[in-house]
Unconditional design. Sequence first.
Length: 72
Amino acid sequence: MITRKEMTRMLLKEGLLSCLANNSFESVTVTSLCKASGITRSTFYLHYSNIMEIVDDLVDDAIAYSKPGMVD
């Protein structure tokens, strides 16, 4: 079962990818990301300090997906 924290982080990652499909990274703001993700800014800041932290999580996810035996 997925936790609320995991769900929120998943929504933010998907929201960022959605924003990046139509905009440059530099033009994506926390406000636009939150709107795309369907969450509030305060919720964003409970999980991340900035958008780059989401990028870091996406990279970690990609590495873990490409190497299933890899351990943190």
